[in-house]
Design a protein around this ligand. Structure first.
Ligand code: MN
Length: 294
């Protein structure tokens, strides 16, 4: 199943080049009152909702995909756990380029571990990336995003797959500089998830997916998830040894070589085989209305 969110919080199922609105099925979700849960209620209930989502979509008219405004397929990720350097060639390029490493030690993921991105940084492909520090080098990073479906607390690598709801494309947009990763990567709009969630049953080999990112038509990143230093199952085990992972939590698995700067006006085209493809525009952050201009 390919689940998207579009327009004003509509849920859709994607069939080929069309979307069908399945929002009606959400009435079956438990109503939450304060205090709200730390997980995403739709992802937590997805196995139970599949039949009614498909039934709702069946009776909805098809909408062409290119006519819909795609927002993040995960509405409420509790946390975004990200792998900093998880492809050998990216490790090599980061070590070789001072504009990437900024005199900080760049080490393999086994030594430096993981970091967190703020859930408030998440946007969908149609929202675009608003550059907040346009004067500083800001890079694209395409990554396979793994969405957790079932609570995972200290799971073994062998059992990790059972905790995955599905996959989407992730862009880990990064301001280069000396500050902590989580500051530089948690800016509003700097985590793009999309174009939709493909449920795990449709991705039998997540450790063999091609990733491609182009900027204005020029290929910048091209890799395959088989080259991950720590593969997906091991990454889930590693992350869940620190944090209890909850439904809707997102694991960004790390970016391959080829990272490079983006500018307002650029169009990123990101694709992962078996998942999909999305175009994302880079723009300037609009100024705050009425501030300091008298
Ligand atoms: Mn990254």
């Amino acid at each position: 199943m390919r689940l998207c969110r579009f327009a004003e919080d509509r849920i859709g199922l994607v069939y080929g080049e069309e979307v069908r609105d399945a929002t009606a099925a959400l009435t079956a979700l438990p109503g939450h009152r304060y205090p709200l849960p730390h997980h995403d209620p739709l992802i937590a209930n997805l196995p139970d909702l599949r039949v009614s989502l498909e039934a709702a979509a069946k009776s909805a008219p098809p909408i062409p995909l290119d006519a819909v405004h795609l927002i993040s397929p995960i509405a409420n990720p509790g946390k975004i756990v990200a792998a900093p350097v998880n492809y050998k060639k990216h490790l090599e390029e980061a070590r070789a380029d001072a504009a990437i490493h900024h005199q900080k030690q760049v080490e393999e993921i086994q030594k430096i571990g993981l970091f967190l991105k703020a859930p408030s940084s998440v946007v969908g492909p149609s929202e675009g990336i608003p550059l907040r520090h346009a004067d500083r080098r800001t890079d694209h990073e395409i990554e396979l995003a793994v969405v957790i479906g079932r609570r995972a607390d200290r799971v073994a690598k062998e059992h990790a797959a059972a905790h995955v709801a599905g996959y989407c494309i992730g862009l880990d947009i990064t301001v280069r500089g000396p500050e902590e990763r989580s500051l530089r990567k948690s800016i509003d709009g700097y985590t793009v998830l999309g174009p939709w969630l493909v449920t795990a049953d449709e991705v039998p080999h997540p450790d063999d997916l091609d990733l491609t990112l182009t900027v204005n038509g020029e290929t910048r990143q091209q890799a395959n998830t088989r080259d991950l230093l720590i593969g997906i199952a091991e990454l889930i085990a590693f992350a869940s040894s620190f944090y209890t992972l909850l439904p809707g939590d997102v694991l960004l698995t790390g970016t391959p070589a080829g990272v490079g700067p983006i500018q307002p006006g650029d169009v990123l085209d990101a694709a992962i085989s078996g998942i999909g493809r999305m175009q994302v525009r880079v723009r300037s952050l609009s100024p705050l209305a009425g501030r300091g201009l008298g």
